[in-house]
Design a protein around this ligand. Structure first.
Ligand SMILES: C[S@@+](CC[C@H](N)C(=O)[O-])C[C@H]1O[C@@H](n2cnc3c(N)ncnc32)[C@H](O)[C@@H]1O
Length: 341
């Protein structure tokens, strides 16, 4: 359907959308099985690619906003789009009439969004909660409308694509338009959605193929996407600093100095037939926040210790928030065959 957001229509650091063909072809060639666990699922684009070929697809990511997005796209078969469209139109109309300040425009108006846009966004968010509470929305409709709000704001934010900072000295135009996401048909699949630390998931969830795409540098996703987390959680926390971040939550060990230990623990714990791991070599970059916490040699050792591992690679043009270009950037794919049945 036109004028709707598809799953990949968001700005997300480290998403593998452009590498999907390469990843998927190699998985098809090397791995067998009917179930896939995307344990650091991010945008969910890799999981989406497995829907046609694999019956059971499990998505996990510890961010609240990703969990809502997964539920909206992967777990909302049969949602009544006629109803959704009429609710979205009504909310847009009401939000434009509303003049009262709310949490969202109080903090983010004139910074990450124009004042009017921020007011409309906060108004819609508040109403979605009220509609769910008064049972005027089913849970899956609520997920679709909330994920649609996330996609709509991501599209217009006054940033490079994450929320570590906003453009200053720039006139922010009113650009907000509340558009719906188009959910996926997963009626032939068995979908499971988790929001857990990956190392805990590894203890309790099994699958034939586990796709592993963790962060490899010190940039914390929960800090980069704090506005999306804040909007989804809607607990209206106190905010700090120029970027207006709440108290830290969901800080990843994969972005800290013990990354190697947690990665090794994860690989050890996972019960599956194949491990498919992505890695890229931004390690030599000058910016310290882009430096990898685990080296290529370390990751290779950890995987080879588990079982026979194939290492595939591909040159890839990579840009870091528009500033740094890594000319000899390489993307690696490790395929570890753990066991045959
Ligand atoms: C490189 S991104 C994955 C991108 C994804 N493959 C895609 O194509 O969109 C890494 C993801 O891991 C999540 N993450 C980081 N540490 C985690 C942890 N300990 N447990 C679960 N998720 C984690 C982040 O929120 C982020 O979405």
């Amino acid at each position: 359907m036109k004028n709707m957001f598809n799953l990949q229509n968001r700005r997300y650091i480290g998403n593998k959308y452009k590498l999907l063909d390469w990843i998927f072809d190699n998985v098809e060639k090397n791995c067998e099985g009917d179930s896939v666990l995307d344990i650091f699922a991010g945008t969910g684009v890799v999981a989406e690619r497995f829907l046609k070929s694999h019956k059971k697809v499990v998505l996990n990511d510890f961010l609240y906003s990703n969990e809502v997005i997964f539920n909206a796209f992967f777990n909302s078969n049969g949602a009544d789009y006629e109803h959704l469209r009429s609710v979205a139109e009504k909310l847009s109309e009401l939000s434009k009439q509303n003049k009262r300040q709310n949490y969202f425009d109080k903090h983010f108006g004139g910074k990450f969004f124009s004042k009017n846009d921020a007011r409309e966004i906060g108004f819609i968010r508040e109403r979605l909660e009220a509609l769910l509470e008064s049972k005027k929305l089913e849970k899956k409709e609520y997920y679709i409308l909330l994920a649609s709000l996330v996609y709509s704001i991501d599209h217009i934010s006054n940033t490079v694509g994450h929320y570590d900072a906003y453009f200053k000295n720039k006139e922010i135009k009113d650009r907000f338009e509340y558009k719906l996401i188009q959910n996926l048909d997963t009626t032939s699949n068995d979908i499971e959605i988790l929001r857990e630390d990956a190392n805990i998931v590894a203890e309790t969830t099994t699958a034939d193929i586990v796709f592993i795409d963790p962060p490899y540098n010190s940039r914390q996703y929960s800090r980069f996407y704090h506005i999306l987390e804040n909007l989804v959680e809607w607990k209206k926390p106190k905010l700090h600093g120029v970027a207006l971040k709440p108290e830290a939550e969901n800080m990843s060990d994969y972005s800290r100095s013990n990354a190697k230990v947690v990665f090794s623990d994860l690989i050890e714990k996972l019960d599956c037939k194949y491990l498919v791991v992505t890695y890229n070599n931004t390690f030599n970059s000058k910016s310290s926040s882009s430096q990898n916490k685990i080296t290529l040699e370390e990751i290779t050792d950890i995987l080879k210790r588990k079982a026979t591992t194939k290492v595939l690679s591909k040159s890839y043009r990579f840009f870091n928030s528009g500033k740094t270009e890594f000319k000899d950037h390489k993307e690696y794919l490790f395929i570890t065959e753990v066991r045959h049945d």
